[in-house]
Ligand binder design. Sequence first.
Ligand code: NAI
Length: 327
Amino acid sequence: SKKPVRVAVTGAAGQIGYAILFRIAAGEMLGKDQPVILQLLEIPDEKAQKALKGVMMELQDCAFPLLAGMEAYADPVAAFKDTDYALLVGARPRGPGMERADLLAANAQIFTAQGKALDKSASRNVKVLVVGNPANTNAYIAMKSAPSLPRENFTAMLRLDHNRAASQIAAKTGVAVGDIEKLTVWGNHSPSMYADYRFATAGGKSIKDMINDQEWNANTFLPTVGKRGAAIIEARGLSSAASAANAAIDHMRDWALGSNGKWVTMGIPSNGDYGIPKDIMFGFPVVTSNGKYEVVKGLDIDAFSQERINKTLKELQEEQAGVAHLL
Ligand code: NAI
């Protein structure tokens, strides 16, 4: 049987932690033949550590054959030791009266420390996915704080936006969600993201032609996908956790095991494609194989798309400028 791999998860006692750990241990992320060792990080706070112990008791009670070990940590350097995969889920949520700048600064501190910890102790091939918001900027900070790791090992989660877009399109057109290909989401994981179905197909047929309604695209589809997180909070009284966990599993599985030629969306450090400045952590269409991702190149960007891409890029540049002095 295969040698176990190490999977670090931060914020492990939180909502997303509770929705993701059981699926990772069941083999849904890295394959049903891949044993895993979970390295779980929580803040040193006594309540958080105790809650994490409770989650671990439940993981134990599942008797997952693929769960080869698990450990709780309060120190990121220890939690990331030799880790092959790191899911950075824990982040500082916006508290009452907290300004955007305060939120950015609080998270900059967390992700600087975690980037440095990864730099120091993780496997040199570690695959990092940042889920904690603001996800793109947190991923950018972690990448900049880990100079000895390859920059392409740092990614941010746009997959939830991608999956939300696919489901809205399926509902609109009646095609099966699993048949939709060549969909992508450009930019920031925020309401400014640009979900782009111009190239999308189902059963070889153009989704854009099927919909043929630019007014719906601009005034219904994009706002629905962009504000979906807020709509879920409004309905559930809690933020999306199971769907976020599912998207994180999709992102890591495709990165690790390959997308079989299909496009998926990942937030990755730009190499300059589509005029996005180098290192901006931006949602792009990618194809994955052998543990690597490649940006889908040469797509036509029309005026409407360019305007949307410029807007989400500007927001990211402002966020990243807002933390530059903290790096
Ligand atoms: P939660 O509040 O239920 O759990 C977060 C956990 O992280 C808490 O247990 C907390 O103690 C822990 N934590 C905080 N700072 C930490 C640190 N420095 N090190 C280790 N652990 C730390 O939140 P939930 O619902 O699990 O969401 C987690 C994050 O994911 C939030 O920032 C949320 O905004 C973000 N999110 C991102 C999505 C995306 O598409 N990128 C989608 C949904 C949520």
